[in-house]
Design a protein around this ligand. Structure first.
Ligand SMILES: *Cc1c(COP(=O)(O)O)cnc(C)c1O
Length: 237
């Protein structure tokens, strides 16, 4: 199905989202260049990736390994300086870990030790050190993937023991809610768990991947460093 919009419409959407980010930064005294805008291209055809690349966005997010395999023609690290980073943001089964290592610059959805060990093994096979984020269920949402807050220390400890994984931070998805405070509390909780893990284990965990089309201001306020935005850029899926 061709659900494409025009490039001009996409560019106007990006500009509007960037303006919202600038506004949110202004309201809380942050600098917009502390945040990266990820274009979430899941379910859309290759046009969405072309648009993101043409606009100069730095990364795209996909949530299914096999869908990404059908869209990606180059390999991680091969697209050169003008390329775009592919990141996996959807839940990953261990039996697809090998394909994930072959396809993505970074995996944001590492939520359990078994998966981390599988990624570590395949990263070694491919001769690369795989950047990852730990996905945490910071909103205690029964419908969401991610390690529970209590499991985060054990997961981080295991990952720090993996020579071929480079843990760069944390990721979360806020529970679906009409109440904007739910996202605010979720994102504050993620930052707090990051701060305590960073102090306890002496690692930076700089990246906080949080915020989507519906909760950008809360994410910016809570300290997000990466916004994952789909609908506001490409339209409804
Ligand atoms: C789909 C998705 C997004 C983007 O959501 P929008 O509401 O379309 O901006 C962000 N993060 C994850 C993990 C997703 O699956």
């Amino acid at each position: 199905m061709d659900d494409s919009i025009s490039y001009e419409a996409f560019a106007a959407n990006v500009a509007a989202v960037e303006e919202r980010i600038v506004e949110a930064c202004r309201a809380c005294g942050r600098k917009p260049d502390e945040l990266t805008l990820m274009a979430v291209t899941k379910t859309h055809g290759p046009w969405a990736i072309e648009y993101a690349l043409r606009y100069g966005l730095k990364c795209v997010g996909e949530n299914r390994v096999q869908e990404a395999e059908g869209k990606r023609s180059d390999k991680p690290g091969q697209s050169g300086d003008d390329g775009i980073r592919w990141e996996l943001i959807g839940s990953l089964q261990s039996n697809k870990a090998k394909l994930a290592v072959a396809l993505f610059e970074r995996v944001q959805s590492v939520d359990r030790i078994k998966l981390a060990l599988a990624l570590d093994r395949y990263a070694a096979e491919y001769g690369r050190r795989l950047p990852i984020l730990l996905q945490i269920n910071a909103g205690r949402d029964p419908a969401k993937y991610g390690a529970e807050l209590e499991q985060a220390p054990a997961l981080l400890e295991a990952v720090l023991g993996c020579a071929n994984l480079d843990v760069q931070g944390l990721m979360t998805i806020a529970p679906l809610s009409d109440d904007p405070d739910v996202a605010m509390r979720t994102f504050d909780a993620l930052r707090e768990v990051r701060d305590s893990l960073a102090a306890r284990y002496g690692v930076a965990l700089r990246e906080l991947s949080m915020g989507m089309s519906g909760d950008i201001p809360q994410a910016v306020r809570a300290g997000s460093t990466m916004l994952r935005v789909g609908t506001a850029l490409f339209g409804a899926r």
